[in-house]
Structures are given as C-alpha cells and as structure tokens.
Design a protein around this ligand. Structure first.
Ligand SMILES: *Cc1c(COP(=O)(O)O)cnc(C)c1O
Length: 475
C-alpha cells in the first residue's frame, strides 16, 4: 500500500514513512492510493474474528490491509499489546449498549483517559516505540491541547522508549479533572507546559516551533495531531466492531452518529464505508461550533475566526475549522488533487471559505455518500443528559449528548443507529451536575487525583521560552 497527498504531490510513501510525519510536503493530507475492499465473505470472516479472537485480532485484520512495511507477526503483537481488557476495561473493548430498540451507544471511552482518543493514541504509542527502535531514532512530540488530545497522548507515550512529550495547554482552562489527569503524571519523558494564554496561543507556539526548521531537525520535533493517518486508521476498526455488535448478518445496514470536531472520528467511518462496510448514514453532530453542519446543509465550508469560535460545554468539539475535512472532500470531488489544492490551499487562505453548493459532482456525491448532520446547544445537552438518565439510568457526557440529540433526528425504521460515545461524564462533571444535580461516577483509579503532586511548568506565551525548555530537557 502506498500513500498520496490530497494536493497532488508526486511522492508515494509507505505507512511507516508517514507515521512519523505530519502534513505532506505540499500541505496536503495523506490517504491510501486506494481503499482495500472488504467483500461479503471477508466481512463474515471478520465477524468471527471479533467474536472468537477479540478486538485486537480484528484490528490486525484491518490494519494489515494498509500496513505492509511492518512484518505481520510484529503488527499482530502490537495490536495485541494495545487492545487489552486490562487497558480498555472490557473484553469487547468497545461494547455496544442498547438504549431503546434500534438506538445504541458504542462505548469508546473506557481507556486510560476516559475519552475515545485513547482508541487511536494507545496504538500510536506502540507504533512509535516500535518504529523509532527499528530506526534507532528519537522523537520529541510537541503538542497543544485544550483537554482530551493532550492527556490521551501523554498516557499513550508515558514510559515509551525514544519518545518525549512536551504538551502545552492554556493555564487554568481545562476542567479540573483533565488538568489533574495530565499534571499528575510523574514519568520522566512527559513534560506539561502551562501557557499563560488561551488555546490559540498554545497552537501558535507549536506552529512557530515547527516552522523553525533548524530547531525542528536538531531536536527531532514531531506531532500527534488528529491529521495523523495512523490515528484515523486505528479508528476505522471500531466501526467494524460496532457493526458486528449491531447486526447478525452482513446484509444488514447500520447508521452511525458521530460527535465531531476536527472530522477525524467520522472520517474513519467514511473510510470504513469506502472499504465496503454496509453503513446507511454517517451523521455528523456538532455543537454551537457548526462549521460542519453548515457545510452538509448548504455546501458552503466557512472557517470561523477565533473570535467566532464559541466556548461550549462540549469543549472538545470547539473548533474553528475541521482539520481532517480535506480528506473527505478529496474523495467527494473524485480525488481531483488540483481542485483540492485550489480549495484548501488558495481559496481558504484568501477567502476563508469555499462553496460547493452549485457543483454537480458535489450534489451527486453528497447523495451517494449519505452524509447527514445536525447541531446541538447547551440547553439541548442538558435536556438530553437528563432525559437519558431519567429514562435509561444511563449517564452520558456532553459530547455524547450532542451525538444522541442529533441521532434522534435521523432515525430510520429497520436501520440500527449507533451513537459513538466519545467521553465519560466524569471528564465534564460541572455540566453533568448542572443537568442532574449529582456528580458523575469516578473510576476507582482516578480517586483523589486532584490532590496528587503536579508536574507542570508555567510559562508566558513565548515560543522562544518553550524552545529553550525543550533544548534543556533533551539529553
Ligand atoms: C476529540 C473529541 C471529539 C471530536 O472528535 P474529532 O475526531 O475531532 O471529530 C468529540 N468528543 C470528544 C470527547 C473528543 O475528545
């Protein structure tokens, strides 16, 4: 399998080459040259693999179609090391729970940091360690987080050989639980940097450091952001696992609703469908930051300024643009790389928007791909959390509530609807308390983490200071 850039660069790369890279050299995103096709017989074989040997072996089946530069036995070992009951809490790894007939929650949030990002990041940690050891190289991951990504990355990389993490976060802006999760880590290779500023300041620092090419090369700076293809690929697996749990035979169709921010999670669903998984509808759920809902309703993609990006009670979906969206549009427009370079390179940077509403390819493809969307507000979240708790005794987090609210608007008779649960309620306790007047349950391993000693360095928003900190903490 070779990988290409959405913007037409001539290079074709192997999986392990793009594993440690961010954007393609032309600013595009990597995608496989073709999507491997899963026929009916293979689908039933995989159903049996998941049922009889478990999620790790299903992951191996999916991943081995895309990764041919890691020996199969090694890849299988990496999958089995990653997806264990011990790390993810259940033998199914992503158990499906019925709320009412035809409506399900797929639990993706029982990993180490209680959000679905663990599903991909845990695998990434093991892949990085494997590939860096093979090359005899080291990597210093620099990131910016407002919550879930940073903690998922730190818990995936802690103690891993050859990797250090330098994670910036806006001082005082994460939930107390998220802060405690990150800052209580005592591993020597994990570095928390609290920036006196907002999330955009953190992102600007990461950009400035990454644009300093000499520094980047000298200190082997890398990222783990959501555009990483390996993360997306890892997420494809749970669409198959969800499908197998919601159906008994491969002639049935299933819809998924996905609480969306950077379009990584739902893009993995798109890939699963391109491989032949019988998905009826992929429903994109947004909060008040409705860039994606607007696109699917109108064909206009309009990125927001920071000032127009709302701080909401589902903060992991508070985005101004959807960084994985380019991958989907590439397929939507028949993989026309020149067109993509114009839309995402030229038009977005000069006009901040593009408009596909009059485009006949878009109209035909939009029907063909069966995407749908909707949005949810703070009031909707409170209402959905209350209603779900009252009727089913199930406590859901704010992002999953956005998903469930929108899912109910897209139900069709006879087609199971699976809502992806993207975090556990304890991560966003304040809103749960507002909705229910009671605190969400806390897994035993997180009892009292707010009181643990904190390992964090506070700094003004200045890239040079972050660079100096990295330089002094790399051997
Ligand atoms: C990251 C995140 C999302 C958004 O996922 P994308 O892949 O960026 O669309 C939704 N919910 C939670 C809890 C998250 O952490």
């Amino acid at each position: 399998m070779r990988y290409l850039s959405t913007r037409g660069h001539a290079d074709r790369k192997q999986f392990c080459e793009i594993l440690l890279e961010g954007l393609a050299p032309d600013g595009g995103l990597y995608l496989p040259e073709t999507y491997p096709q899963v026929d009916a017989a293979t689908l039933e074989k995989w159903r049996a693999v998941y049922r009889d040997s478990g999620y790790a072996d299903l992951a191996f089946e999916v991943l081995s179609l895309y990764i041919d530069d890691i020996p199969a036995a090694d890849l299988k070992t990496l999958c089995r090391k990653t997806y264990t009951e011990q790390v993810f809490g259940t033998p199914e790894i992503v158990p499906l729970r019925q709320l009412e007939p035809g409506l399900y929650l797929e639990a993706l949030s029982n990993g180490p940091t209680l959000a679905f990002k663990d599903m991909a990041m845990q695998l990434l940690g093991n892949l990085f360690e494997y590939e860096l050891a093979r090359r005899g190289e080291e990597l210093n991951i620099l990131g910016a987080t407002s919550g879930d990504t940073g903690s998922a990355a730190e818990y995936a990389m802690r103690g891993k050989k050859g990797v250090r993490v330098f994670m910036t976060s806006p001082q005082g802006r994460m939930s107390p639980f998220q802060q405690a999760q990150m800052f209580s880590l005592q591993d020597a290779n994990i570095h928390n940097i609290a920036i006196e500023g907002v999330f955009d300041d953190c992102q600007d620092i990461v950009k400035a450091v990454s644009n300093d090419l000499d520094f980047k090369r000298k200190y082997k700076i890398g990222t783990v952001n959501s555009i990483n293809w390996a993360r997306l690929l890892a997420q494809v697996v749970y669409y198959f696992a969800g499908y197998f749990q919601a159906t008994t035979t491969g002639d049935q169709r299933v819809s998924f609703t996905v609480p969306s921010g950077n379009f990584g999670n739902v893009c993995a669903g798109h890939v699963a469908r391109m491989m032949g998984l019988p998905i009826e509808k992929l429903v994109v759920a947004t909060n008040e930051n409705d860039v994606l809902d607007e696109f699917f309703r109108t064909g206009v993609y309009r990125v927001r300024a920071s000032a127009d990006t709302h701080e909401t009670s589902s903060p992991s979906m508070d985005i101004s643009k959807a960084s994985n969206f380019e991958r989907f549009v590439f397929d939507l427009l028949g993989r026309d790389a020149a067109r993509l370079a114009d839309l995402f390179g030229a038009q977005l940077s000069t006009q901040g928007r593009f408009d596909l509403s009059g485009d006949t390819t878009f109209q035909a493809a939009a029907r063909h791909y069966g995407f749908a969307s909707g949005k949810s507000t703070h009031a909707d979240r409170l209402q959905t959390i209350r209603d779900t708790f009252a009727r089913f005794g199930t406590m859901i987090d704010t992002h999953t509530a956005d998903g469930l609210k929108v899912a109910r608007e897209h139900l069709s008779a006879g087609v199971p609807m699976v809502v992806l649960e993207t975090a556990l309620p304890i991560k966003f306790a304040a809103t749960i308390e507002e909705a229910l007047g009671q605190s969400p349950p806390r897994p035993a391993r997180f009892e009292g983490i707010e009181a643990l000693p904190k390992r964090v360095r506070l700094m003004p928003a200045d890239a040079a200071l972050v660079q100096a900190y990295i330089a002094s903490h790399v051997d």
